[in-house]
Design a protein around this ligand. Structure first.
Ligand SMILES: [Zn+2]
Length: 287
């Protein structure tokens, strides 16, 4: 089976070509999210036809329902656009489109064999995916983990609300905080320098604390067996893991205190998840 999967983000577009479960080629270009949808369709179509794919899986950064982008801060020209339907029309190949964090959650569920799982993406935005009793919770706004309110009077979020988790721990929020504090450093430097700089350390601990609060709230809703963190900021989890776990175990029900919270080691989880969902779609058609 030949599957091509896409990870459409606000910074990059990534493509992975799979043949019988093996990744045979990987490609990356700058994002076309600011261009009209036709440019994205051309890209998907070009890649899929060259490869003669049996199915296409698309992971996209935004709220997706039945293959339609409902709302996305990165894809403002795509609101209400059915990427699934249009990709199928231009390629003639069966396509499935799903939120990127949901795809990552599905990949983690398949690889780690956990039936109740929370996957959190920590990057410019903060996303989430939930697998419950072996099923991906999807369709519409799910699971927008980054838009849980953490501080009722906190800073304004891109979604319009105040004090969302993303507005206090997303990359853009950290950048804004560093600017206010008079620092001109990268996010990577921020975490590294926090070992010597107490002001930075306090911010790192605050980030860890907020994340722990959010994970505890989500865990009390559906008892995940495993919580995994993906995205660029998760690579710095060592700096704030103690604060996250402390705040998590203070707040969560006692029976859930030992829930493992770890940085995900799955490379390209979104692409793998989109591929697995495309495969699942083909198998269901064949039934
Ligand atoms: Zn928000």
């Amino acid at each position: 089976m030949r599957i091509v999967s896409f990870d459409l983000g606000g910074t990059n577009y990534k493509t992975a070509f799979f043949e019988n479960n093996k990744l045979i080629k990987f490609d990356q270009i700058k994002s076309l999210s600011n261009m009209p949808p036709a440019d994205t369709l051309n890209y998907i179509s070009g890649q899929s036809k060259i490869y003669k794919a049996d199915a296409i899986g698309v992971a996209v950064a935004g709220a997706v329902k039945n293959g339609t982008i409902l709302q996305s801060p990165n894809f403002i020209k795509f609101d209400g656009f059915s990427i699934q339907k249009h990709a199928e029309k231009v390629t003639g190949i069966r396509t499935i489109a799903e939120n990127d964090a949901n795809c990552a959650a599905w990949a983690a569920h398949t690889i780690h064999r956990k039936n109740r799982l929370l996957f959190i993406t920590l990057g410019t935005g903060v996303g989430g995916g939930i697998v419950y009793d072996g099923n991906l919770i999807c369709g519409g706004v799910s699971a927008e983990f980054g838009h849980m309110t953490i501080l009722p009077s906190g800073p304004r979020c891109h979604c319009g609300n105040r004090g969302c988790l993303e507005a206090v721990i997303g990359k853009w929020a950290i950048r804004r905080e560093l600017e206010k504090m008079g620092y001109d450093i990268s996010i990577k430097q921020f975490f590294k320098n926090s070992e010597q700089d107490m002001r930075l350390k306090k911010l790192v601990l605050r980030i860890g604390n907020y994340l722990g609060i959010a994970i505890a709230s989500a865990s009390n809703l559906f008892s995940p067996e495993l919580v995994l963190l993906g995205g660029k900021i998760s690579l710095s989890f060592d700096y704030f893991s103690a604060a996250t776990i402390r705040s998590f175990s203070h707040r969560v029900f006692e029976v859930l205190e030992k829930t493992p919270i770890a940085s995900s080691s799955i490379e390209h989880a979104e692409l793998i998840g989109a591929k697995l969902l495309a495969e699942k779609m083909l198998l269901n058609i064949g039934k």
